[in-house]
Design a protein around this ligand. Structure first.
Ligand code: PBG
Length: 333
C-alpha cells in the first residue's frame, strides 16, 4: 500500500507522450522518407536480362531496359536517386581496367539513357577501377602487387570525366586513393563540368561486409586485400582526417561506409562537418537480415526500417541501401 501511494504522486510520466499513434508521431524526432534513400542497381549488358544474386535475395543484376522499369517504379514511390554499378563481361576486364573510361562503355550508355527516360532522377556512379580490373583491386597494381596511388589517380580522373560527359549528377570515388577528390575536382572543372558533384566515399573501412557486392560484380580479389587503401575498422580519429581532407579537396557530400557497425563514426562526423553526410548500408548488412528473414527468425521489413532510422538518427542525411523496395511500403511521403 505504501509503495502504491508513492507511485501515485509521480510527476514525470514519459508514457503520456506514447499513449497513441497520433501523439507518438508528434514527438517523433527522426523521420525516414523515400527521398532519403539511394537505390543501388547492378547493371548488365544486353536486354531483357536479369540474374539473381544468391547472397543478396531480392536483388538482381539487370539489363538497362529492366533497370529502367524498376527505377521508374521506385521513382513513383518517392525515391529520387539511384547508384549505378556495372557488372561487366569478364572479357572486358584488364589489369589496368581501361574499360572504366570507355565513353561507349556500359555505364556511360546507361547514364544517358536513364537521363533521357527519367530526367528527374539523380544518378550517382562509382569511380573506382574494381569492376573493370582482372585482379579486382580498385587501382593499378605494380608487378609485386602494390596498389599504386598516383598512377591510379590518372585513371580515376579519366573515368570521372567519362561519367560526367555522359550526364551523371554525382561521381562517387570509392577507391580510397589519397588526393583523388582534389584531382577529380580539378579535372572536371578544367573540362567545364563545374556542375557535376562529388559524393566521396570519404570514410570507407576495409570491411568483411562487402562480400555479396563482390559476388554481384564478379569482382573477387585475385591477390591480397584492400587494407592498404581502405581504413582499419579500429580507427575513428583517422576517419575524421579522411573526411575533412575530402571536404577541403572539394567533396560535396561525405560518405561513411558501412553504416550500422559505424554509427559512432557517422555521429562524430556530424559534429565535425557542415557538409551533407551519406551512409552506405552495404550488401552484407542487407544479406544478414535477409538470411535471418528467410529462416523466419525476424521480419526484414521491420528490421530494415529500424536500421535505416538508426542511421539517420546517427546523423546521415541520405542512405545507399538495397532495402528500399522492402521498406518503402512503411514510409509515408
Ligand atoms: C567498389 C565498391 C565496393 C562497394 C561499393 N563500391 C566494394 C569494395 O570496395 O570492395 C561495396 C558496396 C556494398 O557492399 O554494398 N570500390
Amino acid at each position: 500500500m505504501f509503495i502504491r501511494e508513492q507511485i501515485g504522486h509521480l510527476t514525470h510520466r514519459l508514457r503520456r507522450n506514447r499513449r497513441s499513434p497520433a501523439i507518438r508521431s508528434l514527438i517523433q524526432e527522426t523521420l525516414l522518407t523515400p527521398s532519403d534513400l539511394i537505390h543501388p542497381f547492378f547493371l548488365l549488358e544486353g536486354s531483357r536480362k536479369k540474374e539473381p544474386i544468391a547472397s543478396m535475395p531480392g536483388i538482381e543484376r539487370l539489363s538497362l531496359d529492366l533497370l529502367l522499369s524498376q527505377a521508374k517504379h521506385l521513382h513513383q514511390q518517392g525515391v529520387r536517386a539511384i547508384g549505378l554499378f556495372p557488372s561487366i563481361d569478364k572479357s572486358l576486364k584488364t589489369a589496368n581496367g581501361e574499360e572504366a573510361w570507355n565513353p561507349d562503355g556500359l555505364t556511360p550508355r546507361a547514364i544517358s539513357a536513364i537521363k533521357d527516360a527519367l530526367p528527374s532522377l539523380c544518378i550517382i556512379a562509382d569511380v573506382a577501377l574494381d569492376p573493370y580490373t582482372s585482379h579486382g583491386h580498385d587501382g593499378i597494381a605494380s608487378p609485386s602487387g602494390e596498389i599504386l596511388n598516383d598512377e591510379t589517380l590518372d585513371c580515376l580522373c579519366r573515368m570521372a570525366l567519362t561519367l560526367a560527359d555522359a550526364g551523371v549528377d554525382f561521381v562517387a570515388p570509392s577507391d580510397m586513393m589519397d588526393g583523388r577528390v582534389g584531382a577529380i575536382r580539378k579535372t572536371l572543372d578544367a573540362s567545364g563540368f563545374t556542375k557535376t558533384g562529388i559524393l566521396s566515399y570519404s570514410i570507407k573501412y576495409a570491411s568483411s561486409l562487402y562480400a555479396p557486392f563482390r559476388d554481384a560484380l564478379h569482382s573477387h580479389l585475385a591477390f591480397g586485400d584492400k587494407k592498404t587503401y581502405q581504413m582499419d575498422p579500429a580507427n575513428r580519429r583517422e576517419a575524421m582526417l579522411e573526411a575533412l581532407l575530402d571536404e577541403e579537396e572539394g567533396a560535396d557530400i561525405l560518405m561513411v561506409k558501412p553504416a550500422t557497425l559505424y554509427l559512432d563514426v557517422i555521429a562524430k562526423l556530424r559534429e565535425e562537418t557542415h557538409k551533407p553526410i551519406a551512409a552506405y548500408h552495404v550488401s552484407g548488412e542487407y544479406a544478414m537480415v535477409m538470411a535471418a528473414h528467410e529462416k523466419g527468425y525476424l521480419d526484414a521489413e521491420k528490421v530494415f526500417y529500424e536500421t535505416l532510422l538508426s542511421i539517420k538518427r546517427a546523423g546521415a542525411d541520405m542512405i545507399f541501401t538495397y532495402a528500399g523496395p522492402i521498406v518503402l511500403p512503411m514510409l509515408s511521403f
